[in-house]
Ligand binder design. Structure first.
Ligand SMILES: *Cc1c(COP(=O)(O)O)cnc(C)c1O
Length: 418
Protein backbone atom coordinates (compact mmCIF):
# COMPACT_ATOMS: atom_id res chain seq x y z
CA UNK A 1 0.00 0.00 0.00
CA UNK A 2 1.46 3.36 -0.90
CA UNK A 3 1.77 6.02 1.71
CA UNK A 4 -0.64 8.20 -0.20
CA UNK A 5 -3.43 5.69 -0.11
CA UNK A 6 -3.03 5.35 3.65
CA UNK A 7 -2.87 9.04 4.42
CA UNK A 8 -4.69 10.65 1.53
CA UNK A 9 -8.12 10.79 3.09
CA UNK A 10 -6.91 11.70 6.56
CA UNK A 11 -4.83 14.65 5.44
CA UNK A 12 -7.89 16.51 4.23
CA UNK A 13 -9.39 16.50 7.69
CA UNK A 14 -6.98 17.74 10.29
CA UNK A 15 -8.83 19.52 13.07
CA UNK A 16 -7.27 21.92 15.52
CA UNK A 17 -8.34 20.11 18.68
CA UNK A 18 -11.01 18.14 20.53
CA UNK A 19 -13.17 21.18 21.13
CA UNK A 20 -13.34 21.84 17.39
CA UNK A 21 -14.31 18.22 16.72
CA UNK A 22 -16.98 18.23 19.44
CA UNK A 23 -18.30 21.56 18.17
CA UNK A 24 -18.45 20.49 14.53
CA UNK A 25 -19.72 16.93 14.87
CA UNK A 26 -21.24 16.55 18.37
CA UNK A 27 -20.30 12.87 18.02
CA UNK A 28 -23.01 10.47 19.14
CA UNK A 29 -20.46 7.73 19.83
CA UNK A 30 -16.99 8.02 21.36
CA UNK A 31 -14.49 9.67 19.02
CA UNK A 32 -10.83 8.69 18.95
CA UNK A 33 -8.42 11.50 18.15
CA UNK A 34 -5.09 10.74 16.46
CA UNK A 35 -1.99 12.91 16.97
CA UNK A 36 0.58 11.59 14.51
CA UNK A 37 2.91 14.50 15.25
CA UNK A 38 3.14 13.43 18.90
CA UNK A 39 3.93 9.79 18.05
CA UNK A 40 6.54 10.88 15.48
CA UNK A 41 8.18 13.12 18.07
CA UNK A 42 8.34 10.27 20.59
CA UNK A 43 9.88 7.97 17.98
CA UNK A 44 12.50 10.53 16.95
CA UNK A 45 13.36 11.01 20.63
CA UNK A 46 14.05 7.29 21.11
CA UNK A 47 15.88 6.99 17.79
CA UNK A 48 18.14 9.92 18.65
CA UNK A 49 18.62 9.55 22.39
CA UNK A 50 18.35 5.90 23.39
CA UNK A 51 21.95 4.59 23.37
CA UNK A 52 21.04 1.60 21.18
CA UNK A 53 18.21 0.31 19.01
CA UNK A 54 14.55 0.97 19.82
CA UNK A 55 11.93 -1.64 18.85
CA UNK A 56 8.26 -0.64 19.01
CA UNK A 57 6.13 -3.13 21.01
CA UNK A 58 3.15 -3.42 18.66
CA UNK A 59 0.70 -4.74 21.27
CA UNK A 60 0.52 -1.33 22.96
CA UNK A 61 -1.28 0.06 19.89
CA UNK A 62 -1.34 -1.94 16.65
CA UNK A 63 -2.99 0.70 14.46
CA UNK A 64 -1.45 0.47 10.95
CA UNK A 65 -1.52 4.28 10.65
CA UNK A 66 0.56 4.52 13.81
CA UNK A 67 3.02 1.90 12.54
CA UNK A 68 3.58 4.03 9.41
CA UNK A 69 4.16 7.14 11.52
CA UNK A 70 6.76 5.34 13.64
CA UNK A 71 8.43 3.84 10.57
CA UNK A 72 8.65 7.24 8.89
CA UNK A 73 10.20 8.63 12.08
CA UNK A 74 12.96 6.02 12.02
CA UNK A 75 11.71 2.97 13.98
CA UNK A 76 12.82 -0.01 11.88
CA UNK A 77 12.31 -2.94 14.31
CA UNK A 78 8.99 -4.11 15.76
CA UNK A 79 8.29 -6.41 18.70
CA UNK A 80 5.31 -8.60 17.80
CA UNK A 81 3.64 -11.09 20.14
CA UNK A 82 1.24 -13.20 18.06
CA UNK A 83 1.00 -14.49 14.51
CA UNK A 84 -1.84 -12.04 13.87
CA UNK A 85 0.47 -9.18 14.88
CA UNK A 86 3.21 -10.62 12.64
CA UNK A 87 0.85 -10.67 9.63
CA UNK A 88 -0.56 -7.23 10.35
CA UNK A 89 2.82 -5.57 10.93
CA UNK A 90 4.25 -7.23 7.81
CA UNK A 91 1.32 -6.02 5.71
CA UNK A 92 1.69 -2.47 7.05
CA UNK A 93 5.51 -2.37 6.90
CA UNK A 94 6.95 -4.67 4.21
CA UNK A 95 10.57 -3.74 5.00
CA UNK A 96 10.46 -3.72 8.80
CA UNK A 97 12.42 -6.17 10.95
CA UNK A 98 9.93 -8.14 13.02
CA UNK A 99 10.97 -9.72 16.32
CA UNK A 100 8.68 -12.40 17.82
CA UNK A 101 9.19 -11.62 21.51
CA UNK A 102 6.39 -13.62 23.15
CA UNK A 103 8.14 -16.43 25.05
CA UNK A 104 5.29 -18.92 24.47
CA UNK A 105 4.38 -19.48 20.80
CA UNK A 106 2.66 -22.21 18.82
CA UNK A 107 4.87 -24.25 16.46
CA UNK A 108 2.77 -23.24 13.45
CA UNK A 109 3.12 -19.55 14.34
CA UNK A 110 6.92 -19.91 14.50
CA UNK A 111 7.03 -21.78 11.18
CA UNK A 112 4.83 -19.25 9.40
CA UNK A 113 6.71 -16.30 10.89
CA UNK A 114 10.06 -17.68 9.74
CA UNK A 115 8.96 -18.97 6.34
CA UNK A 116 6.41 -16.39 5.18
CA UNK A 117 7.24 -13.18 7.03
CA UNK A 118 11.02 -13.17 7.33
CA UNK A 119 11.07 -13.29 11.13
CA UNK A 120 14.53 -14.26 12.45
CA UNK A 121 14.37 -12.98 16.04
CA UNK A 122 12.53 -15.05 18.66
CA UNK A 123 12.45 -14.95 22.45
CA UNK A 124 12.10 -17.91 24.82
CA UNK A 125 12.29 -18.65 28.52
CA UNK A 126 12.46 -22.46 28.71
CA UNK A 127 14.24 -25.43 27.09
CA UNK A 128 10.85 -26.62 25.82
CA UNK A 129 10.38 -23.36 23.90
CA UNK A 130 13.95 -23.58 22.59
CA UNK A 131 13.16 -27.05 21.21
CA UNK A 132 9.95 -25.72 19.70
CA UNK A 133 11.81 -22.88 17.96
CA UNK A 134 14.50 -25.26 16.74
CA UNK A 135 11.98 -27.71 15.28
CA UNK A 136 9.56 -25.17 13.83
CA UNK A 137 12.26 -23.10 12.13
CA UNK A 138 13.96 -26.27 10.82
CA UNK A 139 10.63 -27.26 9.29
CA UNK A 140 10.33 -23.80 7.74
CA UNK A 141 13.88 -24.07 6.37
CA UNK A 142 13.41 -27.29 4.33
CA UNK A 143 14.56 -29.58 7.12
CA UNK A 144 17.82 -27.81 7.91
CA UNK A 145 18.42 -25.87 11.14
CA UNK A 146 18.67 -22.22 10.05
CA UNK A 147 21.97 -20.43 10.63
CA UNK A 148 20.43 -16.99 10.89
CA UNK A 149 18.48 -17.18 14.16
CA UNK A 150 18.66 -14.49 16.81
CA UNK A 151 17.35 -16.00 20.05
CA UNK A 152 16.73 -13.91 23.14
CA UNK A 153 16.47 -15.62 26.52
CA UNK A 154 13.95 -13.84 28.72
CA UNK A 155 15.05 -13.43 32.34
CA UNK A 156 12.59 -12.92 35.16
CA UNK A 157 13.23 -9.61 36.89
CA UNK A 158 11.55 -7.61 39.62
CA UNK A 159 8.52 -5.42 38.84
CA UNK A 160 8.74 -3.52 42.12
CA UNK A 161 9.23 -0.09 40.52
CA UNK A 162 6.40 -0.45 38.00
CA UNK A 163 2.72 0.37 38.06
CA UNK A 164 1.79 -2.79 36.13
CA UNK A 165 3.69 -6.00 36.87
CA UNK A 166 4.97 -8.33 34.16
CA UNK A 167 7.06 -10.37 36.58
CA UNK A 168 5.03 -13.45 37.34
CA UNK A 169 4.11 -14.79 33.93
CA UNK A 170 7.29 -14.98 31.87
CA UNK A 171 11.03 -15.20 32.37
CA UNK A 172 13.44 -17.86 33.52
CA UNK A 173 14.90 -17.66 37.01
CA UNK A 174 18.56 -17.07 37.60
CA UNK A 175 18.97 -20.67 38.77
CA UNK A 176 18.00 -22.08 35.37
CA UNK A 177 19.50 -19.30 33.29
CA UNK A 178 23.03 -20.66 32.79
CA UNK A 179 21.81 -23.96 31.39
CA UNK A 180 19.26 -22.29 29.09
CA UNK A 181 21.77 -19.70 27.84
CA UNK A 182 24.31 -22.42 27.02
CA UNK A 183 21.71 -24.53 25.21
CA UNK A 184 20.42 -21.52 23.28
CA UNK A 185 23.96 -20.51 22.31
CA UNK A 186 24.22 -23.86 20.47
CA UNK A 187 21.20 -23.03 18.29
CA UNK A 188 21.48 -19.27 17.85
CA UNK A 189 23.64 -17.38 15.43
CA UNK A 190 23.13 -14.38 17.68
CA UNK A 191 22.31 -14.75 21.40
CA UNK A 192 20.38 -12.13 23.34
CA UNK A 193 19.16 -11.68 26.88
CA UNK A 194 15.93 -9.77 27.40
CA UNK A 195 13.66 -8.85 30.29
CA UNK A 196 10.71 -6.60 31.11
CA UNK A 197 10.72 -4.51 34.30
CA UNK A 198 6.92 -4.03 34.16
CA UNK A 199 4.94 -1.27 32.51
CA UNK A 200 5.11 2.39 33.57
CA UNK A 201 8.33 1.93 35.50
CA UNK A 202 8.58 4.93 37.79
CA UNK A 203 12.30 4.61 38.57
CA UNK A 204 15.35 4.23 36.30
CA UNK A 205 16.80 2.03 39.04
CA UNK A 206 14.50 -0.79 37.88
CA UNK A 207 16.72 -1.21 34.80
CA UNK A 208 19.95 -1.12 36.81
CA UNK A 209 18.66 -3.87 39.08
CA UNK A 210 17.56 -5.98 36.10
CA UNK A 211 20.88 -5.46 34.29
CA UNK A 212 22.74 -6.60 37.41
CA UNK A 213 20.75 -9.82 37.19
CA UNK A 214 21.77 -10.08 33.52
CA UNK A 215 25.40 -9.66 34.58
CA UNK A 216 25.06 -12.52 37.05
CA UNK A 217 23.48 -14.75 34.40
CA UNK A 218 26.25 -14.04 31.87
CA UNK A 219 29.03 -14.68 34.40
CA UNK A 220 27.34 -17.85 35.56
CA UNK A 221 26.85 -19.23 32.03
CA UNK A 222 30.14 -17.93 30.58
CA UNK A 223 28.65 -17.55 27.13
CA UNK A 224 29.17 -14.83 24.54
CA UNK A 225 26.15 -12.55 24.47
CA UNK A 226 25.43 -10.40 21.41
CA UNK A 227 22.30 -8.48 22.41
CA UNK A 228 21.07 -7.00 25.66
CA UNK A 229 17.39 -6.07 25.34
CA UNK A 230 16.08 -4.01 28.26
CA UNK A 231 12.45 -4.41 27.11
CA UNK A 232 9.69 -1.87 27.63
CA UNK A 233 8.41 -0.15 30.75
CA UNK A 234 9.41 3.41 29.84
CA UNK A 235 6.81 5.66 31.47
CA UNK A 236 4.40 8.32 30.26
CA UNK A 237 2.81 11.10 32.29
CA UNK A 238 -0.58 10.59 33.95
CA UNK A 239 -2.31 12.39 36.84
CA UNK A 240 -0.49 11.43 40.01
CA UNK A 241 2.32 9.74 38.05
CA UNK A 242 5.10 12.13 37.13
CA UNK A 243 8.16 10.01 36.28
CA UNK A 244 11.73 11.31 35.97
CA UNK A 245 12.71 12.43 32.45
CA UNK A 246 13.51 9.61 30.01
CA UNK A 247 17.08 10.89 29.69
CA UNK A 248 17.64 9.68 33.26
CA UNK A 249 16.60 6.18 32.24
CA UNK A 250 18.77 6.21 29.12
CA UNK A 251 21.77 7.46 31.12
CA UNK A 252 21.79 4.70 33.74
CA UNK A 253 20.96 2.02 31.18
CA UNK A 254 23.91 3.15 29.05
CA UNK A 255 26.36 3.20 31.97
CA UNK A 256 25.30 -0.18 33.32
CA UNK A 257 25.25 -1.78 29.86
CA UNK A 258 28.77 -0.51 29.11
CA UNK A 259 30.07 -2.33 32.19
CA UNK A 260 28.57 -5.73 31.24
CA UNK A 261 30.78 -8.61 30.08
CA UNK A 262 29.33 -8.83 26.56
CA UNK A 263 30.98 -9.28 23.18
CA UNK A 264 32.84 -6.29 21.72
CA UNK A 265 30.27 -5.97 18.93
CA UNK A 266 27.23 -6.46 21.20
CA UNK A 267 24.08 -4.37 20.71
CA UNK A 268 21.76 -2.72 23.21
CA UNK A 269 18.05 -2.89 22.43
CA UNK A 270 14.87 -1.61 24.06
CA UNK A 271 11.20 -2.33 23.30
CA UNK A 272 9.06 0.64 24.30
CA UNK A 273 5.31 0.31 23.81
CA UNK A 274 3.61 2.85 26.04
CA UNK A 275 6.29 5.56 25.70
CA UNK A 276 5.97 5.63 21.90
CA UNK A 277 2.19 5.69 21.65
CA UNK A 278 0.56 7.04 24.84
CA UNK A 279 0.44 10.55 23.43
CA UNK A 280 -0.94 9.41 20.07
CA UNK A 281 -4.62 9.17 21.09
CA UNK A 282 -7.19 10.88 23.20
CA UNK A 283 -10.94 10.30 23.13
CA UNK A 284 -14.08 12.42 23.22
CA UNK A 285 -16.94 10.98 25.29
CA UNK A 286 -20.34 12.40 26.11
CA UNK A 287 -22.06 12.60 29.47
CA UNK A 288 -25.34 10.67 29.10
CA UNK A 289 -26.46 10.91 32.71
CA UNK A 290 -25.29 12.48 35.94
CA UNK A 291 -25.98 11.08 39.44
CA UNK A 292 -24.19 13.24 42.01
CA UNK A 293 -20.50 12.89 41.31
CA UNK A 294 -21.05 9.83 39.08
CA UNK A 295 -21.05 10.47 35.35
CA UNK A 296 -22.49 7.94 32.89
CA UNK A 297 -20.38 8.25 29.75
CA UNK A 298 -20.44 6.43 26.41
CA UNK A 299 -17.15 4.54 26.70
CA UNK A 300 -15.72 2.39 29.46
CA UNK A 301 -14.11 -0.82 30.69
CA UNK A 302 -14.90 -2.71 27.48
CA UNK A 303 -13.83 0.23 25.38
CA UNK A 304 -10.69 2.34 25.58
CA UNK A 305 -10.87 2.68 29.39
CA UNK A 306 -9.89 -0.88 30.35
CA UNK A 307 -7.01 0.29 32.54
CA UNK A 308 -9.11 3.02 34.15
CA UNK A 309 -11.62 0.35 35.20
CA UNK A 310 -9.45 -2.64 36.01
CA UNK A 311 -6.31 -1.14 37.54
CA UNK A 312 -7.69 2.23 38.62
CA UNK A 313 -5.55 4.16 36.11
CA UNK A 314 -6.24 7.89 36.20
CA UNK A 315 -6.20 9.52 32.80
CA UNK A 316 -6.20 13.32 32.39
CA UNK A 317 -9.61 14.77 31.52
CA UNK A 318 -11.04 18.11 30.47
CA UNK A 319 -14.50 19.42 29.78
CA UNK A 320 -15.04 20.62 26.22
CA UNK A 321 -17.38 23.53 26.64
CA UNK A 322 -18.21 26.21 24.13
CA UNK A 323 -18.41 29.02 26.63
CA UNK A 324 -15.73 31.25 28.04
CA UNK A 325 -16.67 30.13 31.54
CA UNK A 326 -13.10 29.43 32.45
CA UNK A 327 -11.29 32.45 31.07
CA UNK A 328 -9.97 33.36 34.48
CA UNK A 329 -9.15 29.75 35.30
CA UNK A 330 -11.08 29.67 38.57
CA UNK A 331 -13.82 27.20 37.63
CA UNK A 332 -14.50 25.01 40.60
CA UNK A 333 -13.48 21.40 40.06
CA UNK A 334 -14.48 18.27 41.90
CA UNK A 335 -13.64 14.58 41.65
CA UNK A 336 -16.01 12.45 39.53
CA UNK A 337 -16.20 8.73 38.86
CA UNK A 338 -17.41 7.32 35.53
CA UNK A 339 -19.81 4.55 34.54
CA UNK A 340 -19.34 3.04 31.09
CA UNK A 341 -22.18 2.30 28.65
CA UNK A 342 -22.64 -1.46 29.13
CA UNK A 343 -25.08 -3.03 31.60
CA UNK A 344 -22.19 -4.47 33.61
CA UNK A 345 -21.44 -3.19 37.14
CA UNK A 346 -17.75 -3.75 36.43
CA UNK A 347 -17.97 -1.07 33.76
CA UNK A 348 -16.91 1.55 36.29
CA UNK A 349 -13.95 3.92 36.41
CA UNK A 350 -13.29 5.06 39.95
CA UNK A 351 -10.99 7.98 39.11
CA UNK A 352 -11.31 10.49 40.65
CA UNK A 353 -11.45 12.58 37.50
CA UNK A 354 -11.33 16.33 38.20
CA UNK A 355 -14.05 18.18 36.27
CA UNK A 356 -16.11 21.34 36.77
CA UNK A 357 -18.86 21.01 39.39
CA UNK A 358 -21.53 22.17 36.95
CA UNK A 359 -20.85 19.46 34.33
CA UNK A 360 -24.12 18.16 32.90
CA UNK A 361 -25.80 15.71 30.54
CA UNK A 362 -24.83 16.39 26.92
CA UNK A 363 -21.41 17.81 27.80
CA UNK A 364 -18.38 16.38 26.02
CA UNK A 365 -15.22 15.35 27.87
CA UNK A 366 -11.80 14.74 26.38
CA UNK A 367 -9.88 11.90 28.03
CA UNK A 368 -6.17 12.13 27.27
CA UNK A 369 -3.15 9.84 26.99
CA UNK A 370 -5.15 6.87 25.66
CA UNK A 371 -2.75 5.85 22.92
CA UNK A 372 -1.19 3.00 24.91
CA UNK A 373 -3.39 0.06 25.93
CA UNK A 374 -6.45 2.31 25.43
CA UNK A 375 -7.50 2.77 21.84
CA UNK A 376 -6.18 -0.79 21.24
CA UNK A 377 -8.46 -2.39 23.85
CA UNK A 378 -11.90 -1.59 22.46
CA UNK A 379 -14.37 -4.48 22.20
CA UNK A 380 -17.89 -4.71 20.84
CA UNK A 381 -19.34 -6.08 24.13
CA UNK A 382 -23.01 -5.25 24.60
CA UNK A 383 -23.20 -3.63 21.16
CA UNK A 384 -20.97 -0.69 22.07
CA UNK A 385 -17.48 -0.01 20.78
CA UNK A 386 -18.09 1.84 17.53
CA UNK A 387 -16.02 4.98 17.20
CA UNK A 388 -15.29 7.80 14.85
CA UNK A 389 -11.66 8.74 14.26
CA UNK A 390 -10.37 12.25 13.69
CA UNK A 391 -6.91 13.69 13.32
CA UNK A 392 -6.06 16.73 15.43
CA UNK A 393 -3.00 18.97 15.50
CA UNK A 394 -2.89 20.26 19.08
CA UNK A 395 -0.59 19.02 21.82
CA UNK A 396 -1.43 15.90 23.85
CA UNK A 397 -2.58 16.65 27.42
CA UNK A 398 0.87 15.75 28.71
CA UNK A 399 4.15 15.05 26.99
CA UNK A 400 7.50 13.52 27.83
CA UNK A 401 8.94 15.06 24.70
CA UNK A 402 7.94 18.72 24.63
CA UNK A 403 10.72 20.11 26.73
CA UNK A 404 8.46 21.93 29.18
CA UNK A 405 7.22 18.82 31.01
CA UNK A 406 3.74 20.00 31.94
CA UNK A 407 2.22 18.42 35.04
CA UNK A 408 -1.38 17.36 34.37
CA UNK A 409 -2.20 17.68 38.07
CA UNK A 410 -2.00 21.45 37.87
CA UNK A 411 -3.36 22.11 34.37
CA UNK A 412 -6.68 23.68 33.54
CA UNK A 413 -9.45 21.14 33.26
CA UNK A 414 -11.64 23.26 31.04
CA UNK A 415 -10.86 24.68 27.63
CA UNK A 416 -12.91 27.52 26.23
CA UNK A 417 -13.77 28.27 22.67
CA UNK A 418 -11.15 30.49 21.05
C1 LIG B 1 4.25 -5.31 26.55
C2 LIG B 1 5.66 -5.52 26.18
C3 LIG B 1 6.49 -4.43 25.86
C4 LIG B 1 6.03 -2.99 25.95
O1 LIG B 1 5.90 -2.60 27.28
P1 LIG B 1 5.59 -1.08 27.68
O2 LIG B 1 5.50 -1.11 29.16
O3 LIG B 1 4.34 -0.70 27.01
O4 LIG B 1 6.75 -0.25 27.21
C5 LIG B 1 7.79 -4.69 25.48
N1 LIG B 1 8.26 -5.96 25.41
C6 LIG B 1 7.50 -7.03 25.70
C7 LIG B 1 8.08 -8.39 25.60
C8 LIG B 1 6.18 -6.85 26.11
O5 LIG B 1 5.43 -7.91 26.43
Amino acid sequence: MSQLSVWGSLELHIHPDALAVAGAFAPDQPAILNRPHAAARAARFFVEKFPGRSLYAVKANPSPELLRVLWDAGITHYDVASIAEVRMARAALPDATLCFMHPVKTPSAITEAYRDHGVRVFSLDSVEELEKVREATTLANNGVLPEDLTLCVRLRVSSEYSELSLASKFGCDLTGAAELLQATRQVADSLGICFHVGSQSMSPHAYVQALERVRAAIVDASVTVDIIDVGGGFPSIYPGMEPPPLEDYFGVIDRTYESLPVSYSAELWCEPGRALCAEYNSMIVRVERRRGTELYINDGAYGALFDAAHVGWRFPVRLLRESAANEDGDTELEGFSFWGPTCDDMDRMEGPFALPTDIKVGDFIEIGMLGAYGAAMKTAFNGFGATDVYEVSDEPMASQYRGDRRDPRVTDNVVSLR
